[in-house]
Design a protein around this ligand. Structure first.
Ligand code: PLP
Length: 427
C-alpha cells in the first residue's frame, strides 16, 4: 500500500531553499522536476536506509549517484575520515595516504600507471582533455550524444546539423567557439565514428564505456574494441570516462571487464568514498606532460584532500573479489525481479554489475535518441509510486539505479513489491 508521505518540514525547507539556492538545490537533478515533485530533503542515512526531514524512510537506490558502493555511513569509512580529520583537514602539501591511494588505483586500473587527483569528475575530464590536446597537438574531441563528462564547456555540446559537424552549445553561456572543436556522434554507431575520423584531425575520443547518464546503455558487442582500433589508426587518444563504471562494474572498471585499454582514464565517485575526490590517469609518458614536470598546467587547492583520500582508500580496500560477487548477485536479483514485476509491459530492464536502468520503452535502447523516445511520463508515475512505497529510485529516466554492498535481500524484496505495485499504477 502506498504510504502517505508527510512533507510539512520539507515543504517549509524547500520554500526557504528556493529563496537562496536556484531551484532550491546545488545540482539540478536533485530538484526532482523530471518526475514532477519537490526534492527530498535528507535528515540522515545509514546503509541504504535513508530518512528525510519529515521522518519518511526510503530504501536508497540512488546512493548519492554512485559514490556510495558501501552504502551510507559505513563504519570503516567514518573511522578513516575521523582519524584523518584529527590529523588536519588539508595541508596543500603531499601526504602518505595520497601515495597509497595512487598505488592502489594504479594496481587496479589497467591503463593507469600514473594519475593526478582532483576534487570532482568535471575537473578530471576537463584536465584529461587538455592533456590529450597537448599530447597530440590537435584540437578536435569526439564525444557521444547522451554521454556526460561533467559540466566542462567544450563537452556540453549537442550534435550540430548535418553529420560529423562541429558541436553546438548544449547550455546557455557556453561559447560556440568552446564547442566548435567537439564532434558529437551517436553511441554504438561505427559509421558515424569513422566519418568523424575521416573528416577531422582528432585529438581524442571520449566515452563512458558503460554509459550511465542516459540510463544504462551498454556498448554493442565489439564496439569498445572498435573505438580502440579507430583511435589508434587515427593517431588519436582514447579516453574512458569511468567516473561511474570505475571500481563498480569490477575491480579495474569497464576497461578490465571488456579487455580494452584506453590511453587516459577519468575516475571519480567511488574513488572518493563519498567525499569529493576524482582523478585522471594513464601511461607515465602521457602523465609526465603535466606540471610541474611538463608543459600542461593543472592544479587544485584541495586536490588529494586528506579526508577524501582517507575515505577513498577505505572504500577501495573493502572492494575485494567477494565484494564484486555480492554486488553482481544483488544486481542480478534486482534486475531479474524487476523484469518479472514488469511482466509484458513495455519496459526494458538493463543491468551490469552495480547498475540497473528500467527503460519505459517497448524496444531495446541502444543510443540517446532511443533513450529520449522512452515514455518519461510513465517513468515519472512509476518513480513517484516507488517513493510513495518507501523506495527511492533515480528521479529521472536518464539515470541508473546504483546498487551497493549495503543492499540486502530484504531491501530487494521490498523494492520488488513496491515496483510491481508502482508498475500497476504507471499507465
Ligand atoms: C558524475 C560524472 C561526472 C562528473 O563528476 P562530478 O564529480 O559530478 O563533477 C563525469 N563523468 C561521468 C561519467 C559522471 O557520471
Amino acid at each position: 500500500m502506498p504510504i502517505s508521505l508527510t512533507d510539512a518540514k520539507s515543504a517549509e525547507l524547500f520554500a526557504r531553499a528556493r529563496r537562496v539556492l536556484p531551484g532550491g538545490v546545488n545540482s539540478p537533478v536533485r530538484a526532482m522536476r523530471a518526475i514532477g515533485r519537490d526534492p527530498l530533503f535528507v535528515e540522515r542515512a545509514r546503509g541504504v536506509d535513508l530518512i528525510d526531514v519529515d521522518g519518511n524512510r526510503f530504501v536508497d537506490w540512488v546512493c548519492s549517484w554512485g559514490p556510495l558502493i558501501h552504502g551510507h555511513a559505513h563504519p570503516d569509512i567514518l573511522a578513516a575520515v575521523h582519524h584523518a580529520a584529527a590529523a588536519g583537514t588539508t595541508f596543500g602539501a603531499p601526504t602518505t595516504a595520497e601515495v597509497e591511494i595512487a598505488e592502489e588505483i594504479a594496481s587496479r586500473v589497467p591503463s593507469v600507471e600514473m594519475l593526478r587527483m582532483t576534487s570532482s569528475g568535471t575537473e578530471a575530464s576537463m584536465s584529461a582533455i587538455r592533456l590529450a590536446r597537448a599530447a597530440t597537438g590537435r584540437d578536435v574531441i569526439v564525444k557521444f550524444a547522451g554521454h556526460y563528462h561533467g559540466h566542462v564547456d567544450g563537452l556540453l555540446a549537442d550534435a550540430g546539423s548535418g553529420l560529423a559537424t562541429q558541436g553546438i552549445p548544449a547550455s546557455a553561456g557556453v561559447l560556440a567557439s568552446a564547442t566548435a572543436a567537439t564532434v558529437v556522434v551517436p553511441w554504438n554507431d561505427r559509421e558515424a565514428v569513422e566519418r568523424a575520423f575521416a573528416e577531422h584531425e582528432v585529438a581524442a575520443l571520449v566515452c563512458e564505456p558503460y554509459p550511465g547518464n542516459m540510463g544504462l546503455v551498454p556498448p554493442a558487442d565489439g564496439f569498445l574494441a572498435f573505438l580502440r582500433e579507430a583511435t589508434e589508426a587515427a593517431g588519436a587518444l582514447l579516453v574512458f570516462d569511468e567516473v561511474i563504471s570505475g571500481f563498480r562494474v569490477g575491480p579495474g572498471g569497464a576497461q578490465e571487464r571488456e579487455g580494452v585499454t584506453p590511453d587516459l582514464t577519468v575516475m571519480g565517485k567511488i574513488l572518493g568514498g563519498g567525499l569529493p575526490a576524482a582523478a585522471f590517469g594513464g601511461s607515465r609518458e602521457l602523465m609526465e606532460r603535466l606540471a610541474p614536470l611538463g608543459d600542461v598546467y593543472q592544479a587544485g587547492t584541495l586536490s588529494g584532500n586528506p579526508l577524501a583520500v582517507a575515505a577513498g582508500l577505505a572504500s577501495l580496500r573493502m572492494l575485494d573479489d567477494d565484494a564484486y560477487h555480492r554486488l553482481h548477485a544483488t544486481t542480478e536479483t534486482l534486475a531479474t525481479g524487476l523484469r518479472e514485476a514488469a511482466g509484458d509491459r513495455p519496459v526494458q530492464v538493463v543491468s551490469v554489475t552495480g547498475l540497473v536502468t528500467v527503460f519505459f520503452s517497448a524496444t531495446p535502447v541502444t543510443d540517446y535518441d532511443e533513450a529520449k523516445a522512452c515514455d518519461t511520463e510513465a517513468y515519472s508515475r512509476w518513480c513517484r509510486g516507488l517513493l510513495a512505497r518507501g523506495v527511492y529510485a533515480p528521479p529521472s529516466q536518464f539515470e541508473a539505479m546504483f546498487v551497493s554492498l549495503a543492499h540486502e535481500p530484504e531491501h530487494v524484496t521490498r523494492t520488488l513489491e513496491a515496483a510491481a505495485a508502482a508498475f500497476e499504477a504507471a499507465w
